[in-house]
Design a protein around this ligand. Structure first.
Ligand code: F0G
Length: 503
């Protein structure tokens, strides 16, 4: 059994793949980066990728596919119905997850759209550890309430608690007893918990969630986008899982659930695709009827047959232990390099990204000055490196006031099998330079933004020094906090102390 160990413990482990096709990296000059950022309205989502040197915006849909996946593409049998590629795809999903009913979708949010259209109603409540932004948007689009119940330990960004992706089971029980089975159509556990730092969910926690669901008669679903990384981190951190293979551990998690949504663009190593899977046949049939409306016939679901082939191969490669050791190792090495450059990061490091604590790194910026976004723009200007803000820009209320306390983070997500150590050293070096002049990093203000998922399209601008002083003054002069205050700004200020790294 290949447990992902180095070939020889005394030799430094080489990357577990070699390069077959290369793609030039863009090196825009500082003047070009400045012009690009201005044109993009200080929104990194609006930057052309051709102006980015190291792109850590996401780990989604940007993996390098393997030779086996590329050859799978040629096997794709393009047929509207009954393609053999679907059979191979279905077999791979069944083998890895154990769910018998498998519906392909064009990506993860396609699966979310179908699932919530089938199960959620206006007035429903969907509890989870922390819903990803598209998941939340789909739940709300169905008229339901997306309830985030992260484990309390997730609030302390610096603690070493190994399973900050866990769901708060006591809070779940309270929510389910208030809502009752009639109003809670499902519980959704996201593994790893992307929004809350890419942390894993422990097997013990999922078992407790399962028994709470059983007590209240509510189905349990997984958002399995990063199921393999979750299994890897779980084995590293839970002595009870030592000696088991990643495949077995992943399957043990799936065995606790009634179904899953999955974006195959993450762990399954493809550039497009996803799926929805169920244990229950009747529910799957209902979902297939909705699938035809939005995605396509149930044997292609919005994908070309060749994509189904690539997922079938990628799902199995995702469980390759040498691949996981390298991948998660890359994330951890980048995190350690940033910390040694004096950059505070969310601890412990997760499976797919390093989350920089921009709120602590830039203490002169209030949440209304979007420290995560400001740091992301500064990093881009410094070195052409692109990350993504996960904070008040992504989650703040559209009218500019905050409604929930939250950390202000910059996520640096590492694409799978794309960058090597030299690229990540380059990123760490850029941060070293930023750390030396962090007080000079200016806050941002929103010029225009939509109501839904505003971070994708908003336009921002740097605050002029006079504006910056005013916004910061507002923040510092906030009155003491009433824990029940309806005024979101008070709560936002509270988030600063609650989530600040304790060092
Ligand atoms: N669930 C999780 C946990 C995700 O991270 C994502 C996407 C989705 C669902 C939606 O999947 O993109 O295939 O529709 N996350 C990407 C990211 C976009 O950058 O973290 P999708």
């Amino acid at each position: 059994m290949d447990r992902g160990r180095p070939v020889d413990a005394e030799l430094p482990p080489p990357d577990p793949w070699r390069v077959k096709v290369v793609e030039p990296v863009p090196f825009p000059t500082r003047a070009e980066r400045q012009a690009a950022l201005r044109r993009a309205g200080w929104n990194l989502f609006r930057l052309p990728a051709s102006k980015v040197t190291v792109d850590l915006l996401t780990d989604s849909g940007v993996s390098a596919m393997s030779a086996a996946q590329w050859s799978g593409l040629m096997r794709g049998e393009e047929a509207y119905a009954g393609s053999a590629s679907f059979d191979r795809f279905e077999a791979a999903v069944r083998e890895v997850t154990g769910f018998p009913e498998v519906l392909p979708t064009h990506q993860g949010r396609g699966a979310e759209k179908v699932l919530f259209e089938v199960l959620a109603r206006p007035g429903s409540v969907v509890p989870g550890n922390t819903h990803f932004d598209t998941t939340r948007a789909h739940i709300e689009h169905a008229g339901a309430l997306a309830l985030d119940l992260p484990a309390p330990e997730a609030g302390d960004l610096a603690s070493a608690f190994p399973f900050k992706g866990n769901l708060d089971v006591r809070a779940l029980e309270r929510a389910l007893s208030r809502a009752g089975a009639a109003r809670a159509p499902l519980v959704l556990v996201t593994m790893t918990n992307n929004t809350a730092g890419g942390h894993p969910v422990s097997l013990g926690n999922l078992r407790e969630v399962r028994s709470a669901c059983d007590r209240f008669g509510v189905p349990l679903f997984l958002d399995a986008a990063r199921f393999a990384e979750n299994a890897w981190l779980a084995r590293e951190r839970d002595p009870a899982l030592r000696g088991r293979t990643i495949r077995e551990i992943a399957r043990t998690y799936f065995d606790l659930a009634d179904g899953c949504t999955c974006s195959a663009k993450k762990d399954a190593l493809v550039n497009a695709g996803g799926f929805l899977a169920f244990r229950d046949r009747a529910l799957a049939e209902k979902a297939r009827r909705v699938l035809v409306l939005h995605e396509g016939f149930p044997t292609y679901g919005g994908l070309a047959a060749r994509d189904l082939e690539a997922i079938a191969v990628g799902l199995r490669e995702a469980l390759d232990e040498r691949h996981l050791a390298h991948r998660v190792g890359q994330v951890h090495r980048l995190g350690e390099a940033l910390e040694s450059a004096g950059v505070p990061c969310v601890r412990p490091f997760g499976g797919h990204a390093v989350f920089v604590d921009a709120g602590t790194f830039l203490p002169h910026l209030s949440p209304f000055q979007f420290p995560g976004q400001a740091l992301g723009c500064a990093l881009y200007l410094e070195a052409g490196v692109r990350g993504v803000e996960v904070g008040s820009l992504m989650f703040g209320a559209p009218n500019g006031t905050d409604s929930r306390p939250r950390p202000e983070l910059l996520r640096l997500a590492i694409p799978r099998r794309v960058y090597n150590a030299s690229h990540l050293d380059y990123v760490a070096h850029a941060f070293r330079r930023l750390a030396a002049r962090r007080e000079a990093i200016a806050g941002l203000r929103i010029l225009e933004a939509g109501d839904v998922l505003r971070h994708f399209t908003a336009r921002l601008a740097p605050l002029r020094p006079a504006d910056a002083a005013r916004v910061r003054g507002d923040w510092l002069s906030l009155p003491p906090i009433d824990p029940h205050a309806a005024n979101g700004r008070h709560r936002a200020a509270r988030s600063i102390s609650r989530f600040r790294l304790r060092r």
